[in-house]
Design a protein around this ligand. Structure first.
Ligand code: TYM
Length: 358
């Protein structure tokens, strides 16, 4: 949506066990974007409490995600880094979006079904409404571009639906108040002026979904009970090497082309990880390793992972020794974020028709 000022927004939950999937699918991709567009990277602590979090661990995990952002190369002079709970506009807009989104839309969210599991009745209301808060995160800044892993695709489609319904429901009001942006492509579905942009998801190609090292059909996840299933951003070189050595594989040598990976999820995943860390693609990796055994490929992958990740994990450790510095960066970020979100919410209140008596 060209009429809006381009702006990147993304977030990571401070729920512990930051892993290689978070790094490849999200954080590493944030870094180049900060030079392309104004960017905001959030530590989404309001989202974290949709499942129980130990309060002491939550603040530490918030600093840990911040440290991962910084250690990966996000520069607080270029991009805004802050934690969600410090900017009250997120919660306020989420409530308004709860009244825009339909039950049927949220009932279709596969992530809720996965996370709530069999015991849906006992899941928090917040877990069900999680995607409306995510829409609020992005749209409180009128964010136009959102880099995420593949698992967030459905939530971003919902964000687009919420923006569209808001723009439509309030189209007269938006025009009357003169707070809209001309829509370059008005259609039957979209009015001539928009208040919220229709956000563009930025989903990485080949490595958008990093899988478990123990089961190539399952996503690498913070909540997997097996620590061997993921490489954590707190693992040292020995641990990284051990986890790759123990990663599940099949008995065949690597195929010569990507076609040959189709029925081999574990091989596909390891080749994808290699390609993502090396900044190449699966085909190039197979040009070098096609026909070779895992006993040769795994040590090469391990060396690459250690070379790429240990400078980051060491820098994270160093940063976490100075929590005061991390907190100062978050405070500064929250102030800058508020400066953008406050006027947006002022307009939203007017659009909705809340009486302003102060
Ligand atoms: P979270 O913390 O679960 O994940 C953070 C990011 O990591 C990506 N990711 C993966 N990418 C590839 N392979 C994997 N195995 C893998 N696991 C996780 C996720 O796609 C995500 O990009 N709901 C979001 C947080 C959020 C957000 C937002 C994102 C809240 N508000 C607004 C963008 C915009 C989440 O799942 O976080």
């Amino acid at each position: 949506m060209t009429a809006f000022q381009p702006r990147v927004f993304s977030g990571v939950q401070p729920t512990g066990n930051l892993h290689l999937g978070n790094y490849i699918g999200a954080i590493s991709r944030f870094v180049p974007l900060q030079d392309e567009m104004p960017s905001i990277f959030c530590v989404v602590d309001l989202h974290a409490i949709t499942a129980w979090q130990n309060p002491k661990e939550l603040s530490q995990a918030t600093r840990e995600v911040t440290a991962a952002y910084l250690a990966s190369g996000i520069d607080p002079k270029k991009a805004i880094i802050f934690n969600q709970s410090q900017v009250k506009e997120h919660a306020e807009l989420a409530w308004i979006f709860n009244c825009i989104a339909r039950m049927g839309w949220l009932n279709r969210m596969t992530q809720f079904k996965e996370k709530a599991g069999k015991n849906k009745e006992n899941a928090s209301v917040g877990l069900f409404a999680y995607p409306t808060l995510m829409a609020a995160d992005i749209l409180a800044y009128r964010g136009t571009h959102v880099p995420v892993g593949d698992d967030q695709k459905q939530h971003l489609e919902l964000t687009r639906d919420i923006a569209q319904k808001f723009n439509n429901d309030f189209s007269d009001r938006i025009q009357e108040l003169g707070v809209g942006v001309p829509n370059p492509t008005p259609s039957n579905e979209l009015p001539p002026e928009l208040f919220f942009p229709i956000t563009e998801p930025l989903i990485a190609g080949e490595a958008a979904r990093i899988m478990s090292l123990r089961d190539g059909t399952k996503k690498m996840s913070k909540s997997d009970p097996s620590d061997l299933s993921r490489i954590n951003l707190t693992d040292d070189a020995d641990m990284i090497a051990k986890k790759i050595r123990k990663a599940k594989t099949d008995p065949e040598p690597l195929p010569g082309d990507v076609e040959g990976l189709k029925t081999r999820p574990e091989a596909d995943n390891l080749v994808g990880i290699y390609a993502a860390l090396d900044g190449s693609n699966k085909q190039t990796v197979l040009k070098d390793f096609g026909g070779r055994q895992f006993s040769e490929f795994k040590p090469a992958l391990s060396d690459l992972a250690v070379a790429k990740l240990t400078p980051i994990t060491e820098e994270m450790r160093r940063l976490l020794e100075s929590p005061g510095e991390i907190d100062a960066i978050l405070k500064d970020g929250a102030e800058k974020a508020s400066e953008i979100a406050e006027p947006v919410l002022r307009d939203v209140r007017k659009i909705v028709g809340f009486l302003d008596v102060r």
